[in-house]
Every structure is written in structure tokens, then in C-alpha cells.
Design a protein around this ligand. Structure first.
Ligand SMILES: [Zn+2]
Ligand SMILES: [Zn+2]
Length: 387
């Protein structure tokens, strides 16, 4: 029984545009949370609120089986000033749904409606609406608040829209699909002075430049060539005038990896290089290293399930096996550490020049709404098929 989506399309588009117009930053999605909870209550779901503050879990039971499935959508926005010019553009200046979480939430709400009307499954469906994917790891906070104890899920699934992948194309892989991400701030403490008298100063710019160059040897000389890793120095702040040597220089790093042992090795080497280089220049350094999200690792059985379902749903030519993971990151990683499941991408690209995720002109492609919503319906009904 395939889903006839056309009857629902107008509602789901309206939901997406409402969410887009009213974006909220992670852990302060109070209006979004109310809106989502109200819709789900109206559909007859058991709605639980308060996990990770604004999180919403909606449960639907049918039949006698205790088998269960969890589907997650994130609903937080980003601190970006929108430039789409859309008539439903953000009414909250400086905050924008630039990652398509408005679309993810609208698709799952669309699926919620169809699942509740059809009741074509035997078991328990938990729809997990999650805050703060972009910043505070809302997935982990929901779990710390008892997500899987209160709502046991035999498997969990999530998708992300992707404007670099052709429209309607499913892209997935078993095993690692997204990287672990860590951040580091390095501050070199020198001694400032006149630019004409360098001998009386300790120049943190020269020392910082040397640290940045030496950091390049970690990936190329210390890590095994087969282990995917990235160290990016995304910011280098020091000084403000040509004839002044500043007191300090500051660097901000993004560090990506998959293997936990490699992750430890990266931290050890970053610290050693920063401290060793600074010592060789006779300067002090502070290294503030912060672990971010773990790597997102898909499970075999659930990935096989999604692949087979996607082939049936969209056709074999619409399903791509990713030959390597991406170096981006995702807090669904934590859910996949506790429960088996699969995280996958669905393409939304209209033209190759479509703005990427997190761009001020990015706008979720509404044409994906019927595909995503009906795919979630198929998935839940198939996972909990009546025996
Ligand atoms: Zn994002
Ligand atoms: Zn996202």
C-alpha cells in the first residue's frame, strides 16, 4: 500500500514555511517545541516533553507487538542572517533555518499524520523531535534525560537533506558516515612592544605562524595514511597595526577523525606541538582542547534495510553507496552508539550552483517533503509490519 501523498502536501509545505519563518537557536526552541507538540497531540499521539528542555517525543501504538522503531528529526536553527528573499523568510533576524531542520521536522510531522490515519503497523513508533543538533548535542542531552529508557527503540533512523547530491538521490554507507569533531583554542602569550625594536619583545605572531606550520605535519607525518583526519586552523587573530608587536596570538582549530585512538593521538600531538614550539621561542602557551561529537557509525542490518527499502521506493538508480564517509559531524552519532540504526542523506539539488547548507541563501527544497514524509511512513510500516 503506497502512500498517496498529494492530499497532505499543502499542510506539510505550510508547516515547513511556518517553521522557516520562526527559527530558534538550540535549546531555546520553545515556540517550535510547542508547535510540534500541539500538532502531534491533535493527531492522537502520546506526547512527552521536556527531554533536553525543548525535545518532544511522540508515541503511537497499534496492535499487540512490543517491537519499536524510533525516527528522529532535528528542529534547531543557526545564527545566520537570512538572504533568501523568500516570502516566508525568518522573522527572527540573525537566526535562520539554514540546515534544513525545518524540512526534517515538517517531513516527520507529515509522516506522523499519515501513520496515525492508516494505523498500518503492529508495534510502537517513537517520533523523536530533537533540539540543538548544531551546538549543544541535543541528542546526547535527550539520552542523558532518559530517552531510550523511557522510549525503548529496537532501531533508530534519521536523514539529512543534502544540496550537493542530485535531487531525490539516497546516499548511504554501512559503518562510519560522519566524523568526530573536536575544537581547540591555542593562545600564545608573548611580550608586545614597538615594531621597530623586536629584540625587546617576544613576538607571538612569529611563534603562532610556526605553530600553524608545524601542525600541518600531524596529519602528514604522524597519523597513518589510511586514517582519515583533518586539522584546520580556521582563525588566527593577532595584532592590529604594522608597527606594533602584540602581546598575544590566538588560533582556533577544527579537528576531525574517526578512530578513537587516532582522536587521542591528534590531541596529544596538537598539545605537544603548541607547547614545544612556544617553548622554543621562549613563550608561554595555553591549549584549550574540547571534545565535540563522536563519529557517526551506521549499523549493518539497519543500513541494509534502508538500502533495500530505498531501492524499492525510488529505484536502484536513485540509491548511491558512498565510497567514503564525509568529514562533517552529527550528534545522531550518540543515538547510534546506544541503539542500532542508520543515518543517511537524501539529495535536494536543483542545480550545481544551489547554495550549500549553512549558507545565508540556502533554502530547504520543498520538493523533498513528499519523498521524505512518505519514506518515513514506508519505513515505520515495514519495520513494524503486521505478521
Ligand atoms: Zn547544520
Ligand atoms: Zn543539519
Amino acid at each position: 500500500m503506497t502512500v498517496q501523498f498529494s492530499n497532505y502536501m499543502a499542510d506539510v509545505v505550510a508547516t515547513r514555511h511556518y517553521l522557516h519563518q520562526n527559527p530558534e537557536i538550540g535549546l531555546s526552541e520553545f515556540n517550535t517545541s510547542d508547535y510540534v507538540a500541539k500538532q502531534l497531540e491533535g493527531l492522537g499521539y502520546e506526547v512527552t516533553r521536556g527531554l533536553a528542555k525543548t525535545g518532544v517525543v511522540a508515541t503511537l501504538r497499534n496492535g499487540t507487538s512490543n517491537r519499536s522503531v524510533g525516527i528522529r528529526a532535528d528542529f534547531d536553527a543557526l545564527p545566520i542572517l537570512e538572504e533568501t528573499g523568500a516570502e516566508y523568510a525568518s522573522k527572527n533576524p540573525g537566526v535562520m533555518h539554514a540546515c534544513g531542520h525545518d524540512g526534517h521536522t515538517a517531513m516527520l510531522l507529515g509522516a506522523a499524520k499519515i501513520l496515525a490515519e492508516r494505523k498500518n503497523f503492529d508495534g510502537v513508533i517513537h517520533l523523536i523531535f530533537q533540539p540543538a543538533e548544531e551546538n549543544f548535542g541535543g541528542a546526547k542531552i535527550m539520552m542523558d534525560d532518559g530517552l531510550f529508557e523511557k522510549f525503548p527503540c529496537d532501531a533508530v533512523f534519521a536523514l539529512h537533506n543534502e544540496p550537493t547530491i542530485p535531487f531525490g538521490q539516497f546516499a548511504l554507507r554501512e559503518g562510519p558516515i560522519m566524523a568526530a569533531v573536536d575544537e581547540c583554542k591555542i593562545t600564545v602569550n608573548g611580550r608586545g612592544g614597538h615594531g621597530a625594536e623586536p629584540q625587546d619583545t617576544a613576538d607571538p605572531i612569529v611563534c603562532g605562524a610556526s605553530i600553524i606550520m608545524a601542525l600541518q605535519t600531524i596529519v602528514s607525518r604522524n597519523i597513518h595514511p589510511i586514517d582519515p583526519t583533518v586539522i584546520t586552523v580556521g582563525a588566527f587573530h593577532a595584532g592590529g597595526a604594522s608597527n606594533v608587536i602584540p602581546e598575544r596570538a590566538e588560533m582556533l582549530l577544527s579537528i576531525r577523525s574517526f578512530d578513537p585512538k587516532v582522536r587521542d593521538q591528534l590531541e596529544e600531538r596538537v598539545r605537544m606541538i603548541a607547547e614545544g614550539q612556544a617553548a622554543s621561542y621562549g613563550m608561554g602557551v595555553t591549549v584549550e582542547y574540547q571534545r565535540g561529537y563522536n563519529a557517526t557509525i551506521n549499523h549493518k542490518v539497519e543500513t541494509d534495510f534502508i538500502r533495500a527499502l530505498a531501492i524499492e521506493f525510488a529505484g536502484a538508480d536513485k540509491v548511491t553507496e558512498l565510497d567514503r564517509p564525509t568529514m562533517g559531524s552529527e550528534d545522531f552519532a550518540y543515538m547510534l552508539e546506544e541503539r542500532p540504526g542508520c543515518y543517511f542523506f537524501v539529495g535536494t539539488q536543483r542545480t550545481p550552483s544551489d547554495p550549500p547548507l549553512h549558507h545565508p541563501r540556502y533554502d530547504f527544497n520543498d520538493d523533498l517533503l513528499p519523498i521524505g514524509a512518505s519514506f518515513w511512513v514506508e519505513l515505520a510500516e515495514r519495520w513494524l509490519a503486521k505478521k
